[in-house]
Design a protein around this ligand. Structure first.
Ligand code: UTP
Length: 408
């Protein structure tokens, strides 16, 4: 992109300050900056400046979940079905590890975090060991796709290599990068991370399938006969991956997606809850949950919106291909964004100082017409590491791991 064109694009979005240091840059740096301006979608910023029209929610009604007792009743047939699908190579796993983990506050990718006490126990290692349980049980390697971002790709891939993939067959591990989006001040000015770099951050976990497609991975999926993708978050160290009973249940119920859920610990717990929206499966994020929604009861007196998602989904791959080009809503998320100030000094803020734009995987659920909310036992399957201390922290995850018999 030529300088004049870049300046015109920036003028259109009120971002002329991006070229402030242009004249002081080397030729290569100038080219880098112009390329970044060309590739960046600044139109998303209109969300902050108020030009964005809020997406209206449809009518929310409760959804039926498959509860623990129902699962127990059919456990054998679900599990047998799931094991058969795994052995036939129909199941692959997708690890979402492109996030910045800003709440945890480590400079390394979250998966490199060592939660061990007497020995190193890295989060990535715990997840691979969990996957190994099924690989060993079925005698079948399961393809694992790992989503990274520009911010953590090199660190993640070299860590896996250094750790010898924790014994997993590297032929079955495939890394791909997600896209980035500009990070901005509260009044919508793009931050600069250096004189020739716009501050960008990963664009949320909603674009994972589009990014897999862009990375050319669908050929591998088709050629290997993969039909289902079990997508999960990096930060739940008790994550059950390619769980045969869950797979079997989703297959038997003929749903396009299965979603592992837990009963909410209390009405105010910060988890998205499953529901129907205009008769289609959907999720209401915790910050959208009204008192009315929290207080609604079923006929038996149970809270009607009581099943929280834990970011473990089983997606029918062909159905994802059908919805892949649908644009997902963009969410504004407050974050700590490193930047250079007016004097050109690099600052790493201690508190959130602006917004990043994210599309979310939970918004994909509403695009599919059938979903099976599948209840799991919280203490056995949900130990998220979001913060250093307190709720959903390294401390709480350690306690849950120990309770489940893992030595740290
Ligand atoms: P979180 O919502 O906890 O975000 O991600 P985060 O960026 O990791 O952490 P904070 O909010 O900055 O502390 C939930 C899951 O989605 C992945 C994360 O890696 C995690 O597995 N994720 C999130 C991505 O892969 N890409 C993103 O852009 C955001």
């Amino acid at each position: 992109m030529r300088l004049e064109k870049a300046a015109e694009k920036l003028r259109l979005y009120g971002q002329e300050h991006i070229l402030k240091y242009y004249d002081t840059l080397s030729e290569t740096e100038k080219e880098e900056l112009l390329r970044q301006i060309e590739q960046t979608d600044f139109s998303v910023i209109s969300q902050i400046t108020g030009e964005h029209i809020e997406l209206k929610r449809g009518t929310i009604t409760p959804i039926q979940a498959m509860t623990l007792s129902e699962i127990q009743e059919h456990e054998k047939s679900f599990t047998d079905n799931g094991l058969e699908a795994i052995k036939a190579g129909k199941i692959a796993a997708v690890l979402l590890a492109g996030g910045m983990g800003t709440r945890l506050g480590s400079d390394d990718p979250k998966g490199m975090y060592d939660i061990g006490l007497t020995k190193p126990v890295y989060i990535f290692e715990r997840l691979i060991r969990n996957l190994f349980d099924i690989v060993d049980q079925t005698g079948t390697w399961i393809h694992l796709f790992v989503m990274t971002s520009d911010k953590n790709h090199e660190a993640t891939t070299s860590f896996f290599e250094k750790q010898n993939y924790f014994g997993y067959d590297p032929e079955y591990i495939h890394f791909f990068r997600q896209e980035m989006a500009p990070a901005v001040t509260y009044d919508g000015k793009v931050y600069m991370e250096s004189r020739n770099h716009i501050a960008t951050s990963p664009n949320g976990n909603g674009g994972w399938f589009a990014s897999m497609k862009n990375a050319g991975l669908l050929d591998l999926i088709h050629d290997s006969g993969i039909e289902w993708l079990n997508v999960f978050a990096v930060d739940n160290v008790l994550q059950r991956i390619a769980d045969p009973c869950f797979i079997g249940a989703t297959l038997e119920k003929n749903c396009k997606v299965g979603a592992k859920v837990v009963r909410k610990a209390d009405p105010d717990e910060k988890v998205g809850v499953m529901c129907l929206e205009d008769g289609r499966p959907s999720i209401v994020e915790y910050y959208e949950q009204t008192d009315q929604l929290r207080n609604t009861k079923t006929e038996t007196g149970e809270p009607a919106y009581n099943f929280g998602v834990i970011l473990n989904y089983l997606f029918h791959e062909k159905s994802l291909e059908e919805i892949c080009d649908t644009t997902l809503p963009l969410h504004l998320v407050e974050k700590k964004i490193p930047y250079i100030n007016e004097e050109g000094v690099f600052i790493k803020p201690e508190e959130p100082n602006g917004y990043k734009f994210e599309s979310l995987i939970l918004d994909m659920i509403h695009l599919l017409d059938t979903c099976l909310p599948y209840e799991v036992v919280r203490e056995k399957e949900f130990a998220p590491v979001k913060n250093k201390t307190g709720v959903d922290s390294v401390e709480s995850a350690r306690a849950l791991l120990e309770k489940n018999g893992y030595s740290l």
